[in-house]
Design a protein around this ligand. Structure first.
Ligand code: ADP
Ligand code: MG
Length: 185
């Protein structure tokens, strides 16, 4: 079995080989699968994330959530932890640690995680049955441990592996969405 570090490198190389068009097509395929679920349709508060270029892009989910009146919350890096803030489009900036569009301190924090109905979680590698490996900082393991709603991973097809190294603190997700088959045309 590869170490986490070796697997992170392999996945990074896989994603680097993807073109912009392929990443967009796979991302939209994943978003459409999620939108089709009862859990998404019924959710009032959804936890999404602001994607980096090497992550599944959730723009379609953002748009669908906004159009259907769902409340969007996004994680923001706060020292060693993730802080959950309400997404208010007028109060975002590119100044986050990872240079992604993050809610600023003008967006109120969500203090009661029980208000979240569904959480969409990025990662570096996933198995079909929900094991997850992140970027190596453990941000999501720490906060997901106290989250009771469905936790769903999203992955490009090149991020799905048959098995991955886990540690006792790693949180297993309830479902993983990835493109089964993608047509670019
Ligand atoms: P990632 O999940 O980002 O791939 P790891 O699972 O390797 O990263 O975890 C990175 C570090 O985060 C670990 O060294 C571990 O000490 C710390 N960590 C993860 N989860 C917890 C937790 N629930 N409580 C305290 N520390 C944690
Ligand atoms: Mg982990």
């Amino acid at each position: 079995m590869m170490t986490k570090q070796e697997l992170r490198k392999r996945i990074r190389d896989n994603i680097r080989l993807m073109g912009t068009t392929e990443k967009k097509a796979e991302s939209e395929c994943i978003c459409r699968q999620i939108i089709a679920t009862n859990e998404w349709q019924d959710a009032r508060t959804v936890w999404l994330y602001a994607s980096m270029p090497d992550e599944v892009n959730l723009t379609l989910l953002m748009q669908h959530a906004a159009q259907s009146g769902k409340r969007i919350v996004l994680p923001v890096v706060d020292g060693d932890n993730l802080l959950i803030r309400h997404y208010e489009p007028e109060h975002t900036s590119m100044s986050g640690v990872y240079n992604i569009e993050e809610p600023t301190s003008l967006c109120p924090t969500l203090d009661n995680l029980d208000e979240i109905d569904i959480a969409i979680i990025p990662g570096r590698a996933f198995t079909h049955d929900g094991q997850r490996m992140g970027r190596g900082k453990g941000f999501y393991d720490r906060i997901l441990a106290s989250l009771r709603c469905p936790k769903w991973g999203v992955a490009f097809s090149c991020q799905i592996v048959d098995s991955l190294p886990t540690d006792p603190w790693d949180i297993t997700l309830d479902n993983v969405f990835y493109p089964k088959k993608v047509s670019l045309y």
